[in-house]
Design a protein around this ligand. Structure first.
Ligand SMILES: *Cc1c(COP(=O)(O)O)cnc(C)c1O
Length: 375
């Protein structure tokens, strides 16, 4: 049968070999860490055991890539991909709005190994291009960004990078492979914190990198040294989660849009940040590069005391992390951006009143009612 290009079908069938011995429908869990080596040397830390490969096959199909690697966390996927492609004396150009973990890894780890970096504002593309140096080896972007849901023009950045022959990495965690496929827009490597939408049930940690066969082999060589592989049992859970990723994320997109529309009309709420809103400054770019939807993440400012608001919420739980089927809310000044100085926060536009909502897959009416009563 011809391979399907539908994400719904891919998420369910890609990488599903089933159970050849008993005729079961789903892939068995293969816990072996030791394999006969006559045909191929299989080993968990070589990133090539059956349950790891089942996830990679699904993810490569969903992201329109050739191959991938399954890691034990999102940071393992990001840092291994970065370190595999640079050496001391090289330069990495990051967009300024980054996930906190990546921001601090750039400051603390890259620097120690003699890898230079710049964090530049990517909303001004000609300025961003000017930050490229002769030794720039990687351009790294992330969109939508955390927590203000800023949108980076993926195709424009990929075009600049190709002109200068620089490899590109994108953190596609917030969008998920359902909403945005950066490889189609010219990006080389897509990474995910699979702890978020890929797992989707707030109960596992993993990371994924998807790219061409050539680049994945290069990253694999370093990954085997750094060792951030995932065990078979968790890999099976990831595969199981991926079968419903389209259903989950479509519902989360719909809910987030409904909540954003409601929040915009609510007088007790200040600014609302959601790329699906026409009022979002980058709505047009988002519409072009997120054909699947605008995602389940949004932020807004409450006019009253944010602590009181958070305490009154019933369905929506206060928690770090995101992307689960259950809605969660976090105050960036106390979580992702706690380490920044007040000046830095002001510069990023992150106030005490800002709340970041990870919209789950519940009934939107219940979520809106919950927010309404808490306001
Ligand atoms: C959570 C997250 C990461 C890091 O992933 P871990 O699985 O926690 O290592 C990276 N980028 C983004 C955008 C994230 O939300």
């Amino acid at each position: 049968m011809k391979k399907s290009t539908s994400k719904l079908t891919q998420s369910i069938h890609e990488g599903s070999a089933g159970d050849p011995i008993y005729g079961g429908l789903v892939n068995p869990i293969y816990p072996s860490s030791a394999y006969d080596y006559d045909t191929l040397v299989r080993y968990p830390r070589y990133f090539n055991t059956p349950n790891q490969l089942a996830v990679v096959t699904k993810m490569a199909a969903l992201e329109n890539g050739e191959d991938g690697l399954l890691f034990s966390s999102g940071m393992a996927a990001i840092m291994t991909s970065l370190f595999a492609l640079v050496k001391s004396g090289d330069h990495v150009l990051f967009q300024k709005d980054l996930y906190g973990g990546t921001h601090h890894a750039a400051l603390n780890e890259l620097k120690r190994y003699g890898i230079e970096h710049t964090m530049a504002d990517v909303s001004d593309l000609s300025k961003f291009e000017k930050a490229i140096r002769p030794n720039t080896k990687i351009i790294y972007i992330e969109t939508p960004s955390n927590p203000l849901l800023k949108i980076t023009d993926i195709k424009a950045v990929a075009t600049i990078a190709r002109k200068h022959k620089i490899a590109t990495i994108i953190d596609n965690t917030f969008a998920s492979p359902v909403n945005q496929n950066p490889i189609d827009l010219g990006i080389d490597i897509v990474t995910h914190s699979g702890t978020k939408y890929i797992g989707g049930h707030s109960d596992l940690s993993c990371g994924v990198a998807v790219s061409t066969k050539r680049l994945i082999e290069k990253i694999r060589a370093s990954a085997m040294h750094f060792g951030g592989s995932l065990d078979a049992h968790t890999a099976y859970l990831v595969e199981r989660s991926l079968k419903t990723i389209v259903l989950r994320v479509k519902q989360q997109n719909k809910n987030a849009m409904a909540i954003a529309d409601f929040l915009e009309t609510e007088t007790k709420v200040g600014s609302v940040f959601y790329p699906g809103l026409k009022s979002h400054p980058d709505h047009k770019i988002a519409k072009r590069q997120m054909p699947g939807g605008f995602g389940g993440m949004l932020s807004f400012e409450v006019k009253a005391d944010p602590d009181k608001f958070l305490k009154r919420l019933k369905f929506i739980r206060k928690a770090v992390s995101l992307g689960g089927v259950e809605s969660t809310v976090a105050q960036p000044t106390k979580t992702s951006h706690a380490k920044l100085t007040p000046q830095e926060r002001k510069q990023f536009g992150i106030s005490e009143k800002l709340l970041r909502l990870s919209v789950g897959a519940e009934d939107a009416h219940d979520l809106i009612a919950d927010i309404k009563q808490a306001l």
